[in-house]
Every structure is written in structure tokens, then in C-alpha cells.
Design a binder for this molecule. Structure first.
Ligand code: SF4
Ligand code: SF4
Length: 359
């Protein structure tokens, strides 16, 4: 195995189901599961965790697990699984919409090192994106975990609905007592990028991915301009907690080969399929029901994906913010977690000028 390969980080997508139907959700538009019939059971996840632990020990890293969905708190044995994992060496986190936190507050407060909750602004903005009453349910959940030991990060998706209020959003979010706020733009892919990936995947990975169309949206100069304006206003303010922005692809990056997630990380789907990416499920290197995690991670099929990604052949990488997220404590130093606001503003402005000239 390539000496750069060292598995120590995993997303456990406990379920493909969700209790919300957010208007922008690509998962919802054809990617979420309608039933839990094919979900891995708790014993399967514990076995995956054991294998991750062994692999991480060999690599010398602390193993990291992020519990994910759909909505992970829907998973029937969430509390049992989380308590089992928390008693071990793992750095343990969750990404949740927060609406079920009240019912699981004790476990979340005691067991999790990092708690990422999706909140898109105050009540009006959040409910416009995620449904009436969702803000109050999430706020009640956050109130129930005030005595947590882990770090609370609010993930704020910036879309057409809230982009014009970016500068005010941190003030609304601070009312919820976070330790950090992260903004990220909506994930989207152009029609061309979707077609490119599907053609490539059919040809090289021997599998199609029609669900990718759920993310379709064309580049939008007007939105980019509004985003730049919002970022400029944010940059001029001070906040009592870190406020960050994770763009899709930085204009200074010549290609997308910087993502190193496939070298140390896996995303295990609710049905056991193993890929590398958080929001794109089309590729599977194998299934943990049929092979060990180590065998899948080191397989020729996994290497095929790595080669394609390193060669910049995957159009999906152009709009992926996940390689920058601080999900792990040991993200390689040369992967920028975020870019400083000034550099983003300059580059957004340059981008707009270029696009205007081209257009
Ligand atoms: S909470 Fe997340 S997974 Fe559920 S519908 Fe909303 S964006 Fe999609
Ligand atoms: S889509 Fe590309 S950039 Fe994003 S995690 Fe996957 S390989 Fe990395």
C-alpha cells in the first residue's frame, strides 16, 4: 500500500432517512432513503469502528468518527452506539439538524467531542429554508445541550434566501451559544459538470449516478455578487467566537487535487457502501457487509478513485467544501480549513470581473 495511505477518519452515515425536507437538500431530492430496511445494524457499526481503530493505530493517528445522516438521531440505537463508541479512543462527533437533540441531550452532552448543528440564521431565515417550526425545535435542542463538554459548531448554509443578510446572521446565531460559526455556500453542480461526472463514472468506475442531478444549478453571477457583498460586511466585524467561511474551490487553487480525504478517510453509507465523499454517493469501493474496511480502503477500486481525483478528473470536486471542514483534529496542514475573508473577497471580485469579460 502507498505509504501516504493511512485510514483513521470515517463518516458513519447511520441512516439515509431524515425528519426534515429542507428546500435546498440534494439528499432529499432523490438521495435520501425512504425506509431503514437496508441500514447497517449497531453490531455492524461497532465492527467498522473496531476496524478503524486498528487501522488508525497502525497509522499513529487518533481515530475519528463523525455520525451523519440523513438525520443521525433518527437511527434507532443511536444512544447505545454512541455510548459504546464514546468509551473508546475515538474523537467522536455528529452532524445534525438539531431538532431531536432534546431527546438525546444526555448522550450528546456526555459522549461527543464535536457537535455540528445546521442553522441557517434566525427563525425567519431558518424556517424559510427548512420548514415552519424547525428553528424553535432546534433552538430547544441547543438549549438542552448547554452543559455539553464538546465543541458546538453552527453550520450555516448560505443560499439565495439568506445571502443578503450575511452580516446579521452571526448575531442571530450567537444567541444559540455556539463555540464557532461556519458559513458555507450551497452545494451545486452545473448541468455540464453533472454530465461530465456521469460519463466519467460510467466509463471508468462502471457505474452511473443519475441522482447527481439533484444538485443541478448553473453559475449565477448575481448570487456571487451578493455573496461577495455579504463577505465584505462580515469581514469588517468582530465576533466573540470564530466565524469562518468555507468556499467550494478557491480560485487560487490550480486544480482540485489538493483534497486528501481519500488518503485517510472513508464515508460509510447507511447500507454499508464505502466511498470517500460526503455529499456524492455514486461511487462505492466495496461494502462492509462483504469485506473488511481495510481491504476496501486498500482495494484497486479505491485506488482507481484516488487516481482519478488526483488527476483532477472528477468534476464533482469543483464544488465540494468538505475537504476543508474541520471534522478531524488531524486534517493535514496543507489543506486550508478556510480562507481569510480578505483573500476571498479579492478573488470573488476578480472572478466576477473575469466572468463579466467572458460573458
Ligand atoms: S436536515 Fe439535512 S439531510 Fe435532512 S432534509 Fe435538511 S439538509 Fe437534507
Ligand atoms: S468530491 Fe472531491 S474534493 Fe470533495 S471529498 Fe470527494 S474527492 Fe474530496
Amino acid at each position: 500500500m502507498n505509504e501516504q495511505l493511512s485510514l483513521y477518519s470515517a463518516h458513519f452515515q447511520l441512516t439515509g432517512r431524515c425528519n426534515l425536507a429542507c428546500r435546498f437538500c440534494g439528499q432529499r431530492k432523490g438521495m435520501l432513503a425512504s425506509s431503514g430496511s437496508d441500514e447497517l445494524c449497531t453490531a455492524d457499526w461497532i465492527r467498522c469502528a473496531d476496524e478503524l481503530k486498528c487501522a488508525a493505530k497502525r497509522s499513529g493517528h487518533r481515530p475519528e468518527i463523525m455520525l451523519w445522516g440523513g438525520e443521525p438521531l433518527i437511527y434507532p440505537e443511536f444512544d447505545l452506539l454512541t455510548k459504546t463508541l464514546a468509551g473508546q479512543v475515538f474523537s467522536l462527533g455528529i452532524v445534525t439538524n438539531g431538532t431531536l437533540l432534546e431527546q438525546h441531550a444526555d448522550v450528546v452532552c456526555e459522549c461527543l467531542d464535536r457537535i455540528f448543528v445546521s442553522i441557517d440564521g434566525g427563525r425567519v431565515d431558518h424556517d424559510a429554508m427548512r420548514g415552519t417550526g424547525v428553528y424553535d425545535r432546534a433552538a430547544a435542542g441547543l438549549s438542552a445541550i448547554r452543559k455539553r463538554r464538546g465543541k458546538l459548531v453552527l453550520l450555516c448554509t448560505v443560499s439565495d434566501l439568506n445571502v443578503d443578510r450575511m452580516a446579521e446572521l452571526p448575531d442571530s446565531l450567537l444567541e444559540l451559544n455556539p463555540d464557532e460559526i461556519v458559513f458555507q455556500p450551497l452545494i451545486y453542480l452545473s448541468k455540464r459538470e453533472i454530465a461530465d461526472y456521469r460519463n466519467f463514472s460510467k466509463e471508468v468506475f462502471q457505474c452511473d449516478y443519475p441522482e447527481l442531478s439533484a444538485w443541478q444549478r448553473e453559475e449565477d453571477l448575481d448570487f456571487q455578487h451578493r455573496l461577495s457583498t455579504g463577505l465584505k460586511k462580515l469581514a469588517g466585524k468582530d465576533y466573540p467566537v470564530p466565524v469562518r467561511f468555507t468556499p467550494h474551490c478557491h480560485p487560487l487553487e490550480k486544480d482540485t487535487a489538493r483534497c486528501q480525504l481519500p488518503l485517510h478517510h472513508v464515508h460509510i453509507r447507511h447500507d454499508g457502501a464505502v466511498g470517500f465523499c460526503t455529499d456524492y454517493f455514486g461511487f462505492s469501493a466495496g461494502n462492509v457487509r462483504e469485506a473488511s474496511l481495510a481491504a476496501i480502503f486498500g482495494s484497486s477500486r479505491a485506488n482507481l478513485f484516488r487516481q482519478a481525483q488526483a488527476a483532477g478528473r472528477l468534476s464533482i470536486c469543483r464544488h465540494c467544501p468538505w475537504c476543508r471542514q474541520q471534522f478531524g483534529s488531524e486534517i493535514p496542514a496543507d489543506i486550508p480549513y478556510h480562507f481569510d475573508f480578505k483573500s476571498i473577497i479579492n478573488n470573488q471580485t476578480e472572478n466576477q470581473k473575469c466572468r463579466c469579460l467572458i460573458g
